[in-house]
Design a protein around this ligand. Structure first.
Ligand code: IVH
Length: 684
């Protein structure tokens, strides 16, 4: 906080310059260098200073103006009615304060319209006698850029209004957005063409609208939603909802999620609902817009130079931030895969502090070209794991070197390998690499496998360190003395752990198979193998052809299993596990195949599941006679919805297809008799 007037003046200048530059980069270059949240923070700081030091106020301050300066590449279009912005509320208290102020001025407000605040590009469309004659960006609110040829390529923007008697002049405004479903594909295409990827769908929409060649715009799946109007000659809408109804009749697209409510409590409920569900939508939203419905009241409330007083934007907590990328390191997983990850200056994103973020693999680091020392955009959308989106190039220090994937395993020094055609780089030292050993043993003892209680990550690490654990068979040789020597283990915990190890010897064969960590062998495949071949010895002795003949086990899995058992080291491990007393026989006859409980049913999977990879979920369905499809139709039996589902979940609701969450899906897989979608499994 500045202490003197001079300091305040200096800071105000600095903030204005920074905000103007940010606006230019956002609106004109489609390449922002600060996140929206950081913009909002600087903006608020400037507003506060201008309030505390009224002498410093100017009409051209970014707090008093709207949008950006002209880019120059497009012809200017003067808006006959200025395109305003909206005031923001960042908390329910601020929203309530706006509501109270509004009701103080006009008395009771019978209806508020709640709309989603679409994070797109603001555009104005001019219709003359029902024909689209001009499309323009907002620009500085008074003059925007003429982008008519580009907007004409957008499928849901009507060239003519569907009205028998269209008004002489009508200007509708809305947001053009890039649908979430097409965004990844666009960035993949940008990568293939060696072009810079877009940081988010909004920038993609903005960049796509600013193409010189409308054909390029036309190749992108842009869409528009209308939310307001400028000049409307010969018409008067009694309310905002009447305007929306007019749009629908005219064939102009409007958002489907609008609610008309009568109390501020209901407004808050709408805000809370969409905070939860914002990722179910095809477009990104950054908040909710609340509007006083009645035109008469709107007129009474009026506007400031920048925004109407009859509307407010409630902004959701930011999902994107910038922070310093301190370093990139590589971690080695159980199967030897080397995964690069970002070490970040901790930053609060979408309500949690992010200090680490995966960078997936070598190609992804190259694609994003992020370098230690860069300022990077970090994004955490919904329940999705945090992601480094890309560098802020304007903030890149000079001569920052491109990051190179290490040549050797950081854990054991073995040269890393990347087989041709694969995205993963691996440490080939499967038996000697301590990271792989640790991961393998933690997996073996884990819940989905031998489920050895008390043998967690730390104990495994300590036993490896003490030289007592080299592979899974060593677990069955651990003594009380070994554990006592680790220090910190009391008699009781030693007895508990030894008891758990003893109990694990009786686990069913399929659990042991999962524990061995053979590539492609998850729970379902393990069950199929155990049921058909009955013992570990028989599986080990089976040929690749015999393995591939087991229902649900294809050639890839068969090859992987056969290769694993052909390895001398693995054979030795199996022998020592048997010596250690581990059960290697299938219990009873559970049938050769899984019961075909899902025969003839079609499933669609969307979002991430905790207990299954996408492949495992698919296999689990197919092994039971079901089928997995990529899109939802009326014929879909169930849509399985995990965390951060895509638009498919919404589509299912639209079509009335039953939705299963993960527990309901797991329950369906477990059930013995054929399932009946009509019975409403997972309705809870
Ligand atoms: S009403 C006079 N409704 O958000 C007010 N704006 O941050 C006109 N926006 O300038 C805008 N969704 O470009 C309105 N449902 C919605 C909106 C919306 C997104 C944009 C619009 C506005 C900006 C303010």
């Amino acid at each position: 906080m500045p202490v003197s007037a001079e300091e305040a003046a200096r800071r105000v200048d600095e903030l204005r310059a920074r905000l103007r530059d940010a606006l230019y980069r956002y609106h004109v270059l489609s390449d922002p260098d600060i996140s929206d949240a950081e913009y909002d923070e600087l903006f608020r700081e400037l507003e506060t200073l201008e309030r505390d030091y009224p002498d410093l106020r100017t009409d051209d301050s970014p707090t008093q103006t709207v949008g950006a300066v002209q880019a120059g590449a497009f012809a200017p279009v003067r808006h006959r009615v200025p395109m305003l912005s909206l005031d923001n509320a960042f908390s329910t208290e601020e929203l309530a304060a706006w509501g109270r102020r509004t009701e103080r001025i006009v008395g009771d407000v019978p209806a508020y319209v709640c709309e989603l605040k679409i994070d797109g590009v603001a555009v104005s469309l001019q219709y003359e006698r029902g024909r689209l004659v001009r499309a323009a960006t907002r620009g500085d609110g008074r003059v925007g850029d003429d982008i008519t040829p580009n907007v004409r390529t957008i499928a849901n923007v009507p060239q003519r209004l569907a009205l028998d008697d269209p008004p002489p002049a009508f200007e509708v405004r809305g947001e053009i957005y890039f649908p979430a479903s097409g965004f990844e594909a666009l960035n993949q295409q940008m990568t293939d063409e060696a072009k810079q990827v877009y940081a988010n769908p909004r920038n993609a929409a903005s960049g796509s609208l600013r193409q010189k060649d409308p054909k390029v715009t036309g190749s992108r799946q842009l869409a528009m939603l209308c939310h307001s109007f400028g000049l409307a000659e010969g018409m008067r809408f009694a309310s905002h909802s009447a305007f929306l109804g007019f749009c629908e009749r005219a064939g102009l697209p409007v958002a489907g999620q609008t609610a008309i409510v009568s109390t501020l409590e209901e407004v808050e409920a709408f805000v809370a609902h969409w905070a939860e569900h914002r990722h179910d939508l095809e477009y990104e939203i950054d908040g909710v817009v609340v509007k006083v419905d009645a035109s008469g009241l709107q007129e009474e409330l009026g506007r400031t130079s920048k925004a109407p007083r009859w509307a407010i934007a409630y902004k959701y907590p930011p999902e994107e931030r910038t922070t310093l990328l301190k370093d990139i390191q590589v971690s080695i997983g159980r199967t030897g895969v080397a995964t690069p990850f970002a070490m970040l200056e901790p930053v609060l994103v979408a309500g949690s502090t992010v200090a680490l973020a995966t960078l997936h693999n070598q190609d992804e680091v190259a694609r994003r070209d992020v370098r230690p020392g860069d300022t990077v955009f970090v994004r955490k959308a919904g329940d999705v794991i945090p992601e480094v989106v890309g560098p802020v190039l304007t903030k890149r220090p000079k001569r920052l070197r491109r990051w190179k994937f290490p040549k050797a395993c950081p854990e054991c020094g073995t040269p890393l390998v990347r087989p041709e055609g694969e995205s993963a780089t691996r440490c080939p030292n499967t038996t000697g690499c301590p990271a792989q050993r640790w991961g393998t043993l933690v997996h073996f003892a884990g819940r989905g496998a031998m489920d050895i209680e008390h043998l967690g990550e730390k104990t495994v690490a300590a036993l490896i360190e003490a030289g007592k654990l080299h592979d899974a068979a060593d677990i069955y040789r651990i003594t009380a003395d070994d554990l006592a020597a680790l220090g910190g283990y009391k008699d009781r915990s030693i007895a508990n752990l030894l008891g758990a190890i003893e109990a694990s010897k009786q686990r069913p064969l399929d659990r042991l198979l999962v524990g061995l960590g053979i590539r492609h062998v998850g729970g379902t495949v393990a069950t199929l193998l155990a049921n058909r071949l009955k013992s570990l010895e028989a599986i080990a002795a089976a040929s690749e052809e015999e393995l591939a003949g087991v229902g649900g086990v294809g050639p890839t899995i068969a090859a992987s299993v056969a290769a694993w058992f052909a390895d001398d080291g693995n054979q030795d491990l199996v022998r020592r596990l048997v010596e250690g007393g581990v059960n290697t026989k299938a219990d009873g006859d559970t049938g050769v195949e899984l019961p075909q409980t899902l025969a003839g049913m079609s499933f669609v999977l969307t979002g991430g599941l905790d207990g299954f990879t996408r492949d495992e979920a698919t296999r689990a369905i197919e092994d039971r006679g079901g089928r997995v499809a990529s899109s939802v139709s009326k014929k879909t039996a169930y849509v399985v919805v995990g965390t951060d589902p895509g638009s498919k979940a919404a589509r299912a609701t639209e079509l009335g297809v039953p939705i299963l969450d993960e527990p309901a899906f797991a329950a369906l897989l477990e059930q013995e008799a054929a399932a009946d979608p009509e019975a409403g499994v997972g309705d809870e």
